[in-house]
Design a binder for this molecule. Structure first.
Ligand code: UGA
Ligand code: MN
Length: 346
């Protein structure tokens, strides 16, 4: 490099020096600030300002999170599938009513539903008003839910001494759930989904929900401990010329000649089909034991049914019924003004 070149370089640098200084100042200022922020945030304890009850809640959520992750692993559900917003939603409609064992029943359901990805629980109380118990219960459930209420008119209510079969139960409540879905999914904004009517006292297996999720019209499967027999189930036949299986009838103890001889727990309906079909609802006027059949007749045909649970060879739901609790002593204590459940929710 010649001397001339060195001089001209020096001169150019001198002219640029103020700019270089400004840039250096900005860079150091920025990083200096950044580092000092890092230091101060490392010193600051992010939990220090939280109350102990909030901390407890965070800890519990963390534990719940771990529990759910291990449940997903156990049932071979990929975590990203669990969070997948394109997964069809299972809308579960549950009628429920106030009684001593209500919270226990709802808790059994909650514990199962928490294992199911993309499930929305529609709980409809058979009551004039929403109860505090159910409201609080749902708020703390950790599930996406909708809480509705619809009382059964007095003339349709089961009296204390009535046998169960005298009047249908949960009819208007399920219909309100259906109406809610119809209002939510007015034509155009429909999403991929399936609707299942889950009474609050049955026993549901996690596998059941995987079976029903991709229901295109109406899917069906066996139900255990129902209708006076060990199991009621769809009869499956091979359609020779198409080499596919379809439902050809029903294997039940009582009235297998019903067009759809299945219990409420034995089928699920595609959301779109239900929403689009204004006739699809339950009727208080159905003949005894025909409520499900009358409903399904309005929306599908036998050959359209989709048999699930390994061609209806597996039982994933049981029509269990909880023993009415013996509260004789409670009655006595209540009369004496010494109820055991004062100030504690059971
Ligand atoms: C059987 C079927 O499994 C039900 O799906 C059907 O609704 C019922 O018969 C009927 O024939 O109406 P079962 O076990 O006898 O069921 O009925 P419950 O379990 O006592 O009641 C079904 C649902 O309705 C439950 O979720 C229950 O909580 C609810 N329910 C019951 C009310 O909302 N209000 C009531 O007064 C009684
Ligand atoms: Mn029941």
């Amino acid at each position: 490099m010649s001397l001339l070149n060195v001089y001209s370089l020096q001169r150019r640098l001198k002219r640029k020096l103020p700019y270089v200084l400004i840039v250096l100042f900005l860079i150091f200022g920025y990083f200096g600030g950044f580092f000092s922020d890092l230091v101060s945030s490392a010193e600051r304890d992010p939990f220090a300002e939280l109350s102990s009850s909030t901390l407890k809640k965070i800890l519990n959520l963390e534990r719940e999170n771990q529990r759910l992750r291990s449940a997903l692993k156990r049932f071979n559900i990929a975590e990203d599938e669990y969070l997948d917003s394109t997964l069809s939603v299972i809308y579960v409609i549950t009628p429920t009513y106030t009684r001593p064992q209500q919270k226990a029943e709802l808790t059994r359901l909650k514990n199962i539903f928490l294992h199911i990805p993309s499930l929305h629980w529609i709980v409809v109380e058979d009551a004039e008003e929403k109860s505090i118990l159910v409201s609080q219960f749902l708020k703390l459930s950790g599930l996406p839910y909708t809480h509705l209420n619809q009382p059964t008119p007095e003339e349709w209510k089961l009296q204390k001494t009535d046998p169960n079969w005298r009047k249908p139960r949960g009819v208007l409540q399920r219909n309100l759930g259906i109406h809610w879905l119809r209002r939510k999914f007015t034509a155009g904004n429909i999403r991929k989904g399936v609707v299942y009517f889950a009474d609050d006292d049955n026993t549901y297996s996690i596998e059941l929900f995987n079976e029903m999720r991709d229901t295109k019209t109406v899917s069906v499967w066996p139900v255990g401990l129902v209708g006076g027999v060990m199991v009621e189930r769809p009869q499956i036949s091979l359609v020779d010329y198409q080499s596919r299986y379809e439902v050809s009838g029903w294997l039940t103890g009582w009235r297998p000649d019903r067009p759809f001889a299945t219990d409420m727990a034995g089928f699920a309906v595609n959301l779109n089909l239900l929403v689009k079909n204004p006739d699809a609802e339950f009727s208080l006027k159905s003949k005894r034991g025909f409520m499900e059949s009358d409903f399904l007749e309005k929306i599908t045909t036998l050959s359209e049914l989709e048999p699930k649970a390994d061609l209806c060879t597996k039982v994933y739901v049981w029509h269990t019924q909880t023993l009415k609790p013996d509260l004789k002593d409670e009655e006595r204590l209540r009369k004496a003004g010494r109820s055991t459940d004062v100030g504690i929710e059971v």
